[in-house]
Design a protein around this ligand. Structure first.
Ligand code: MN
Length: 246
């Protein structure tokens, strides 16, 4: 099995290195990942400057681009071998609910799916037990049928940051929902100019049973199928009625 591995925390991040080490026990893994932390890059592609992949040890590459750039490049002419699966992660921090809109981790998987391969995003609710998340992924891969993944869908996996033997199980979940973000954080630079930081993600507003938030917060691995089609089908007829009434 040939696996393309990417992430948004950058090639040197602990999460991707631990996952690569574990996957290489049974699969051929090629890392193509950003050369620095590109978290929250979403699905952005670099169009105004060239991408320069840099060859690293073990046939891996880091790229001066976004997570989506890396997967796009790897699958669209840069790598010669055929890939069977795209995995993105292990991200340092969860990608639950609204996070999937901003996440570069999820976007790398979506780019893989867009280019025709089954794709998985995996994130850890912290920075300690990457081995737990790696083991969860390695458990799931042999059971993964490509039939399980419809075209234009990926699976998003979030793992509690606890030892593997404390994981209570795996739950298929819907996305929860976060409250609106807090205000930006205003500071002054050394020259007296105002600068602003985007603050941390807000607390969940919908984390009831059945959501990804609820599963992870209660010691379960959360698996959520994510689709690209964001059309709100329920609103289409109301919008049509409004247009016709004008
Ligand atoms: Mn990240």
């Amino acid at each position: 099995m040939n696996i393309l591995l990417s992430n948004d925390d950058g090639y040197h991040a602990e999460g991707i290195q631990i996952l690569a080490r574990e996957l290489r026990k049974f699969a051929d893994v090629t890392i193509v990942a950003p050369d620095r932390n590109r978290s929250a890059a979403s699905g952005s592609l670099t169009l105004v400057e060239p991408l320069r992949p840099r060859h690293l040890d073990d046939g891996d590459y880091c790229v001066n681009g976004t997570p989506a750039d890396c997967v796009h490049l790897a699958l669209n002419g840069f790598l010669s071998g055929r890939m069977d699966l795209v995995i993105s992660g292990i991200n340092a921090g969860v990608n639950l609910g609204d996070d999937v809109i901003y996440s570069g981790t999820v976007a790398a998987a979506l780019e893989g799916r867009h280019l025709g391969l089954p794709s998985i995003a995996v994130s850890l609710d912290g920075r300690r037990y990457y081995e737990t998340a790696a083991r969860v992924v390695c458990d799931l891969i042999p059971k993964l049928h490509t039939r399980l993944l419809n075209p234009r869908e990926i699976i998003n996996i979030n793992v509690p940051d606890i030892p593997y033997d404390q994981i209570k199980g795996i739950k298929v979940c819907r996305l929860g929902h976060r409250a609106a973000s807090a205000e930006v954080i205003k500071q002054q630079d050394p020259r007296g100019e105002s600068i602003y930081w985007i603050g941390p993600a807000a607390l969940p507003e919908d984390d009831e049973e059945g959501t990804d938030f609820h599963a992870v917060n209660n010691g379960y691995v959360a698996i959520t199928p994510i689709q690209v089609d964001m059309t709100s089908y329920n609103s289409m007829s109301a919008l049509q009625d409004w247009l016709e009434s004008e």
